[in-house]
Design a protein around this ligand. Structure first.
Ligand code: F6R
Length: 615
């Protein structure tokens, strides 16, 4: 969590940093700050609140001059969000200034030792401890900043992406990374530093992603050299040419990123299978798998690890892999898996799903599985992310940047990749005849159009949202492939509208949740024709007889559920195994409209951050 931005070069640093921070607000937005070097001194401004608040504050309080600067948007871990705890942080002398994304776990003992040596602290943060540790090393060892950072980092335990500069040496910024992402954009005699490439994409397409335990001294007029933090080994940077463009990361006329991303799904799903799904040739081509097919085919089981929405995509994948490819699957919360001493062997394949590719628990689960000899496959959206690099092989979702904190297109594109993978394995295992295989591939090609059609219900869903926007609770029910969709619908509603919502397998309702049903309880039921339709009809009857309000997602032309439900949203007919890609659309729109009507901050819900790089 937290977003960091830095600049050193020939342009004004302030607008680059502030704009960059706004693009990184998805990573945290409870406070923000900036430090600029104006040629003589450091000007620092920071505040509780959004980057917009920082912009207003800094305009009236500091000089905005300077071509060297660092900025930060925070998601609090140590210390409440307030002005003092915001980054950047000065060292005691006022010479050094730092920004940090991550957690220094042993900051307490370091702080104690520094306090005994006379250091004082104004904030409750671990970051202020780190910058003073660097200063102490600089003084006692009489070394330059780069070396001081290296020595200090060898004393800390935790995770970090840091950028620090020294006003006595204002031609360089020192950066280092362990566990949190850090990219360096390389321009013409200028460098950009950021948690991802979005802050600098309009300036340069050339970027270096630091690996864990790497640091760099970024010096004007010099080429970048990477150094290992533990020793002095020098690595030559792998300069990547980025594919991202600016349009992709702007709102493009939509009120919110979330709405834009919901509407991008037909395109995103298509991009996910483009070049991989060759229906006319009866083929699925996935470079990341072709070389490792045997691992999958000989696996005793597949273990899927993920968090949040990605975990829900994993649950859908469990149905797909078991149903279509007949491979046993277990789906685990990465946070539980990593700590529960799981039985893993080298005959297991672990699939890690993550939009950001930076989720700390998922990364830790991957490391554990690798240690035990499992083959690890990643499904990520962010190219070059830590998970993408840590896994043995993988497939990108190609959804494009997802900025809204609530995941939407990440979910459907993850399911698309996992469906392709399952189908490929099913074909290899001979689970399908050629004609069955061709049929399902052809159907997969119709999904973008079906999603487009589902999006046409937007106006109707807005009307439904208006009826239920003040409900304190909501229940989401689905069966089979659509049970995880019910979980995902409930998660979307609670995270952006703050309404308490629960997802349940429809048949489980009678084992408890039915007690909640009365005339005030809206129940959203996924009741499409394919997949236990008659059973779902019975579940709807049970809700109806207890006066619950039913909002049903039904197949076009449905009559039975339509007669029973208070509201219906029709979606095109789809096979059961592909239906989650379509049924999830109305649920995303419902939560979006309810959140807007409740005046909630849709793209940046309270207490959340887009990538959870802390435990
Ligand atoms: C919910 C949401 C989160 C993420 C979770 C995992 O809308 O966005 O639940 O799905 O934090 O994130 P990734 O997929 O980046 O590992």
């Amino acid at each position: 969590m937290c977003g960091i931005v830095g600049y050193i070069g020939h342009r004004d640093a302030y607008p680059i940093i502030v704009k960059g921070l706004q693009r990184l607000e998805y990573r945290g937005y409870d406070s923000a700050g900036i430090a600029l070097y104006d040629g003589t001194d450091i000007n620092l401004s920071k505040t509780k609140g959004k980057v917009e608040d920082l912009r207003s504050k800094s305009k009236s309080t500091i000089s905005l001059k300077g071509s060297l600067g660092i900025g930060h948007t925070r998601w609090a871990t140590h210390g409440v969000p307030n002005d003092v705890n915001s980054h950047p942080h000065y060292s005691n002398s006022g010479d050094l200034v730092i920004i940090h994304n991550g957690i220094i776990e042993n900051y307490g003992s370091i702080k104690k030792a520094l306090t005994e040596r006379g250091y004082t602290f104004t904030s409750d943060t671990d970051t202020e401890v780190l910058v003073n540790l660097i200063e102490e090393v600089q003084k006692t060892e009489d070394v330059m900043l780069g070396q001081a950072v290296q020595i200090a980092l060898n004393q800390v335990v935790g995770a970090y992406a840091i950028a620090v500069f020294d006003k006595k040496k204002p031609d360089e910024i020192v950066v280092a990374k362990l566990g949190s992402p850090l990219a360096i954009g390389i321009g013409e005699n200028e460098f950009f530093i950021a948690s991802d490439a979005s802050p600098f994409i309009e300036f340069t397409n050339n970027a270096v992603y630091l690996k864990d335990e790497e640091m760099a001294i970024i010096r004007l007029g010099k080429e970048i050299k990477l150094r290992k933090i533990q020793n002095d080994a020098v690595a030559y940077p792998n300069i990547l040419e980025l594919q991202m463009n600016l349009e992709e990361i702007e709102k493009g006329g939509y009120d919110h990123f979330m709405l834009k991303e919901i509407y991008e799904q037909p395109r995103a799903i298509l991009d996910t299978y483009r070049g991989r799904l060759l229906a006319d040739q009866g083929l699925i081509k996935m470079v990341g798998i072709d070389q490792h097919l045997e691992k999958f085919l000989n696996a005793n089981r597949i273990i899927i690890v993920a968090c949040g929405t990605s975990w829900h995509a994993g649950l859908v994948a469990e149905y797909i892999f078991e149903d279509l490819a007949r491979i046993p699957v277990e789906v685990e919360y990465a946070s539980e898996f990593r700590y529960r001493n799981p039985v893993i062997t080298d005959k297991d394949v672990l699939i890690a799903i993550s939009q950001s590719g930076e989720t700390a628990d998922t990364l830790a689960a991957i490391k554990l599985a690798k240690e035990k000899g499992a083959f690890v496959f990643g499904v990520c959206n962010v190219v070059g992310s830590s998970i993408a690099r840590e896994t043995d092989a993988g497939a990108y979702t190609h959804a494009g940047p997802e900025i809204g904190v609530a995941s939407t297109k990440a979910f459907t594109t993850q399911i698309t990749v996992l469906t392709l993978l399952a189908l490929k394995l099913a074909k290899e295992k001979g689970e399908f005849s050629e004609s069955q295989f061709h049929e399902i591939l052809t159907e997969l090609e119709t999904i973008p159009a079906k999603v487009e059609k589902a999006l046409e219900s937007n106006a109707l869903i807005e009307i439904i949202a208006d009826v239920y926007k003040d409900s304190p609770n909501c229940l989401y029910l689905g069966r089979g492939y659509n049970f995880p969709v019910a979980l995902e619908g409930a998660l979307k509603l609670k995270e952006i509208s703050y309404i308490h919502a629960e997802g349940y397998p429809a048949a489980e309702m009678k084992h408890g949740p039915i007690a909640l049903i009365d005339e005030h309880m809206p129940v959203i039921v996924i009741a499409t024709k394919k997949g236990h339709y008659e059973k779902i009809v019975s579940n709807i009857q049970e809700i109806k007889s207890r006066k619950g309000k039913i909002i049903a997602i039904v197949t076009e032309g449905d009559e039975q559920v339509t007669q029973l439900a208070d509201h219906v949203v029709e979606i095109p007919e789809t096979s059961e195994s592909l239906s989650p890609l379509v049924t999830t659309i109305p649920l995303q729109l419902l939560s979006y409209h309810i959140a807007v009507m409740r005046n909630c901050n849709v793209d940046q819900p309270r207490n959340l951050a887009k990538s959870v790089t802390v435990e």
